[in-house]
Design a protein around this ligand. Structure first.
Ligand SMILES: Nc1nc2c(ncn2[C@@H]2O[C@H](COP(=O)(O)OP(=O)(O)O)[C@@H](O)[C@H]2O)c(=O)[nH]1
Ligand SMILES: [Mg+2]
Length: 377
């Protein structure tokens, strides 16, 4: 099948979905179309990867977390980046001044946060417009998306649709659906709750669009067709997003109030990058949203280093701590001892998979014969 034909099929299905009014009678049909579209988009990704596109785009991640700054041209992304960080991002009053992804670094508490200005994310990015594929692959890897709008460009719908189409789910969580494939035996669908969106065999029809004919699907929530499609596609990323409204120096209180209503469920942060208004509050919101945790390393037989905690993220475990410490701990690690909220009792002995909590104290023990020095954070 030649390339254009795949693009044509994608466009045709997108149009059919757009042109079909949604109601009880059409919901199954739309569910199947969405499944078909998801499968075609996966095929497009596979082909792009085969051509060497979409992977290994040259943005070196550094710091404790990475934030992607996403918004239409001229809303003030470069100005903000320059205000918050030491980045050298071009600014101008016209569109598309910045042509590549520009990184900057900012500090919050003990954490360093990398911010990437991603101007190439425009409608049509998934088709490769404006280096869109590369930009989308970077967005998929960030820890937080910071959307930016201004009073003139406040409708994020097209950008969010572009992200959704690339498998990015904003402020969501993975659906509670467990899928297993087998070689034979047909498809079993079961659920622990009543399924109100996927009745009438729709779940099975969607599964078959994905080539799932044998195996099982277990629903642990009343999932929608979209959620089932996400679970079947398997390559979705769930990213937290915040919304900043820039150029708020131009807004009247009434316009501000209108934007707050319009942008629900976001809780917008009003800033003026030019006049440096609201920037501390913005950085605080970013820092809290990234859910950093502080780990105090205690070398064996010595007090914990409470001056310089190791910064990790909520959900990180001992393994992530090892990666942050000097030495070859990944190889020589034997066990760890933990004091604090994640420990069942003070000094509990744990392994690499143990999930840590904010302000835990950890001693790393290495295998006998390995260098005993466990450096401080
Ligand atoms: N009034 C006002 N103008 C701003 C503000 N921030 C940026 N601008 C102006 O908006 C234009 C576009 O800014 P730029 O940072 O290049 O936007 P980008 O395309 O999103 O990177 C420039 O003329 C900036 O001076 C702001 O907070 N208030
Ligand atoms: Mg710019």
């Amino acid at each position: 099948m030649p390339m254009s034909s795949l693009e044509e099929q994608i466009t045709a299905v997108e149009e059919e979905i757009r042109d079909t009014p949604y109601n009880k009678a059409t919901s199954s049909h739309i569910g199947r179309l969405k499944a078909k579209l998801a499968v075609l988009r996966l095929e497009r990704e596979t082909r792009a990867k085969g051509r060497g596109g979409g992977t290994g785009y040259a943005v070196r991640k550094s710091g404790h977390a990475t934030v992607g700054l996403v918004g239409y041209p001229s809303v003030g992304k470069s100005t903000l980046l320059n205000r918050l960080t030491a980045a050298e991002s071009e600014t101008g009053a016209y569109d598309f001044t910045t042509v590549s992804i520009i990184p900057g670094m900012l500090r919050w508490g003990g954490a360093s946060i990398q911010i990437l200005d991603m101007p190439g994310l425009v409608p049509g990015a998934a088709r490769g417009k404006g280096r869109g594929r590369e930009v989308l692959s970077v967005v998929r890897s960030v820890d937080l998306i910071l959307f930016m709008i201004d009073p003139e460009h406040s409708n994020l719908r097209a950008l969010i649709a572009e992200l959704e189409g690339a498998g990015v789910r904003i402020n969501g969580r993975p659906p509670k659906i467990v899928i297993a494939r087998t070689d034979r035996g047909g498809l079993t669908i079961s659920s622990t709750v009543r399924l109100s969106h996927l009745a009438g065999g729709l779940a099975g029809q969607i599964a078959r669009e994905f080539g799932l004919h044998n195996g099982s699907i277990v629903f642990r929530e009343d999932a929608t067709a979209d959620q089932l499609i996400d679970a079947l596609a398997g390559n979705r990323v769930y990213v937290t997003a915040l919304l900043a409204v820039n150029k708020s120096d131009l807004l009247t209180p009434a316009e501000r109030a209108r934007l707050v209503l319009e942008q629900r469920p976001f809780d917008p942060i009003f800033v003026s990058a030019r006049d440096r208004l609201g920037l501390d509050a913005l950085v605080d919101r970013i820092g809290h949203a990234l859910r950093f945790i502080r780990i105090y390393v205690k070398p064996p037989g010595r007090p914990a280093d409470t001056e310089e905690p190791v910064i990790l993220r909520e959900g990180d475990g001992v393994q992530a701590l090892l990666a942050r410490l000097p030495g070859e701990l990944d190889r020589t690690f034997r066990s760890a001892q933990v004091w604090g909220r994640s420990a069942r009792f003070p000094g509990q002995t744990v392994g690499r998979d143990h999930v840590l909590a904010d302000e835990d104290i950890v001693t790393v023990l290495v295998a006998r014969g390995a260098a005993r020095a466990v450096a401080q954070g």
